[in-house]
Ligand binder design. Structure first.
Ligand code: GLC
Length: 634
């Protein structure tokens, strides 16, 4: 059962697709108060209660013991002390002494204090008084998710080839570099389906342009790669470069499509291309306009995109930068004391994603000016919607691969997400794992992290262990930042180990794709916390390093350096399977704690006692997989 409570005049986010009659906030089942324009409510928690949800967010599967904020943030340091990442997924569930889910449909900030201030209490503070809150009740956590998901609509299903292995880097700057990657993988006999084009494929980082000097005769090149079975996936950024003579910019400016400042002039912020205009994606006409621009690339044969910098990320605004420069000039030659020096320094470091900038941006909603602060969390989702609406109209559902960095619930119907700029840190293998069930609860099924880690240098063993988790994530992409060590599998010594891991992915694709489609069709999760399946088992309920996958499996990646395995907890008797290339080793194991040995070229997996899963033969491309010829293991 879902009950909807409405207060004030909520901004339409289109997160929920089912119609619900709205109840007055007076009948809201939680204690609440309105204080300084904020709506604050909460609930008590018993010692063993678990709080799930918040999708892409820091910390554990059980969100207790920390304070989170719904605020799409461009922050590349995903440490446990952060409160938000790139998404705002306002779904939470309490399971234990009581069982209910909450979805807050509200596009500005929300603070979730989940036992941070008082360990037995969750206190939620909504930064406004115009919202819809949905309370979801059902018989189990999984049923609550299903009920919620049926209200927000079916999850996006990408094309089949998007389940292949994908290689990315910031950036493969030209054809020669891209060819080198494909060649490297082919020679090493490591499967590959996609190569990514990061910002350097464009002319001066201008969306919907391709630099002729680097990618001459682009359409023919895309076709040539397709013949090799490789999809090229270009990036599209939210900001449109301000440049006379650049048609996308001129059209946007002349038609008034960019976000404004209070005085009605275009807001100017700096991102990769320098000063940009930010399309006002909240407007339907702007979405149609921006969406139609993808045609330049789809006409060239491109069938996949990643939308980036759409929180939106703003490195600086013209206004704040000028102020900072003025301040610096006024201090030139002066003898600064420590606090003056740090104040000056902070003026510059604080330029990026500055709250003053966000609150000086205006959108036009139903003809009215709305401050960005009020709608921040649906900006990126509406960029994705612009693309998704165009793709669906032109090509039908699920023909184009699309995933985004920023997101809000609702965007799960037209795209996937990736978890942004993580690090080549061992702890980020587990962070990746923990976000999977939480993202699934919120409808995001096609997701994954930058395997091997984006920022900083990766080591061979880290990439292998990261990939061994990535074998199971719908998006299996290795991506690395500019200036970091090469991270492509074939570059490492004894690359055969990488082949062993990635071949396992291709062997599992029929199973993973089927599990994915079923989850989308049935509003279900692909990955579940163990506690969903074994609610009366304390060790299962506390498990933060293993996940249930589909109806058949449990996954348990190795996540520490210099270890030959890990401890696992089996909540029932299962078959331990080690997969490596075409090799399969199975061993029955009993309920309880076990130490499992896992070599760097092996993928560990547990299959429930009475279940089997199919494997096909590996192939170099998804298009070459023979999915009719399956072997069953378990
Ligand atoms: C952002 C993206 C990252 C990309 C980079 C350059 O940091 O999150 O994936 O490589 O921009 O486009």
């Amino acid at each position: 059962m879902i009950r909807k409570f409405t207060m004030g005049a909520p901004i339409e986010t289109q997160a929920v697709v089912k119609e619900f009659a709205a109840n007055e906030i007076g009948s809201f089942p939680f204690d609440y108060k309105v204080e300084n324009g904020k709506f604050i409510f909460g609930f008590d928690m018993q010692k063993n209660d678990i709080v799930y949800g918040l999708g892409e967010a820091p910390r554990g599967i059980n969100k207790r013991g920390w304070v989170y904020e719904s605020f799409c943030s461009d922050d590349p340091f995903h440490t446990e002390t952060k409160s938000s990442l790139y998404a705002a997924h306002n779904f939470l569930m309490l399971s234990g002494s009581k069982l209910f889910g909450i979805f807050i449909d509200f596009p500005a900030k929300i603070r979730w204090d989940i036992g941070f201030t008082t360990d037995s209490r969750t206190e939620i503070s909504i930064d406004g008084t115009d919202f819809d809150i949905y309370i979801i009740e059902n018989s189990s956590p999984r049923e609550i998710v299903r009920e919620f998901r049926s209200a927000i609509g079916k999850s996006y299903i990408p094309p089949f080839w998007a389940f292949g292995y994908q290689q990315s880097r910031w950036s493969y700057p030209d054809k020669k570099a891209v060819d080198g990657i494909i060649d490297g993988y082919d020679k090493a006999q490591i499967p590959l389906d996609c190569v990514y084009l990061d910002i350097d494929y464009m002319e001066s980082y201008k969306d919907f342009t391709v630099d002729e000097n680097k990618f001459s005769d682009f359409a023919n090149y895309v076709a040539e790669k397709k013949k090799q079975g490789i999809h090229l996936i270009p990036i599209i950024d939210a900001g449109v470069k301000k440049e006379e003579g650049y048609s996308v910019y001129e059209e946007g400016r002349d038609k008034g499509y960019f976000c404004k400042t209070e005085d009605g002039s275009d807001f100017e912020g700096g991102v990769w291309p320098g000063i940009v205009g930010f399309p006002d994606f909240l407007r339907k006409d702007v979405r149609e306009w921006f969406g139609s621009k993808y045609r330049v690339l789809t006409d060239a044969g491109i069938d996949g995109f990643w939308n980036d910098m759409n929180e939106p990320a703003i490195f600086y605004s013209t206004k704040q930068l000028n102020k900072a420069i003025e301040k610096a000039s006024s201090l030139k030659g002066k003898n600064l004391d420590l606090s003056q020096y740090f104040e000056l320094k902070d003026t510059f470091t604080g330029l990026s994603n500055n709250p003053l900038d966000y609150s000086s941006i205006y959108h036009t909603l139903d003809g009215k000016q709305v401050c960005h602060d009020r709608v921040h969390n649906i900006y990126g989702a509406n960029m994705t919607k612009a693309a998704g609406e165009f793709f669906e109209k032109e090509f039908g559902k699920g023909k184009i691969l699309m995933f985004s960095r920023a997101s809000y619930i609702g965007a799960h119907r037209s795209s996937g997400i990736w978890f942004g700029d993580n690090h080549s840190w061992w702890s980020h293998i587990l962070l990746n794992l923990k976000m999977l069930p939480s993202a699934n609860m919120c409808g995001f099924l096609y997701c994954g992290a930058d395997l091997g880690g984006f920022n900083e240098n990766a080591t061979r063993d880290l990439v292998l262990r990261f990939l061994a988790l990535g074998v199971f994530t719908p998006l299996m992409r290795n991506h690395a930042a500019l200036g970091t060590r090469d991270q492509e599998c074939f570059r490492f010594e004894r690359f055969e180990d990488f082949r062993d891991i990635i071949q396992v992915r291709y062997r599992l694709i029929p199973y993973l794709y089927d599990t994915f489609c079923k989850a989308s069709e049935n509003d279900d999760m692909i990955f579940r916390p163990l506690s969903f399946d074994y609610p009366d088992d304390r060790l299962a309920c506390e498990c933060e390093t293993q996940l249930m996958l589909g109806e058949e499996c449990m996954i348990c990646p190795v996540y520490e350096q210099n270890v030959g395995g890990r401890y696992v907890y089996l909540p029932e008797d299962m078959t331990f399977v080690k997969l490596s290339g075409t090799r399969v080793k199975t061993e029955p194991m009993t309920k309880g704690i076990h130490y499992i040995e896992v070599a760097l070229n092996e993928v560990p997996l547990f299959i429930k006692k009475d279940k089997k899963i199919p494997l096909c033969d590996p192939a170099m491309r998804t298009s070459q997989l023979d999915t009719s010829n399956l072997e069953y293991i378990g």
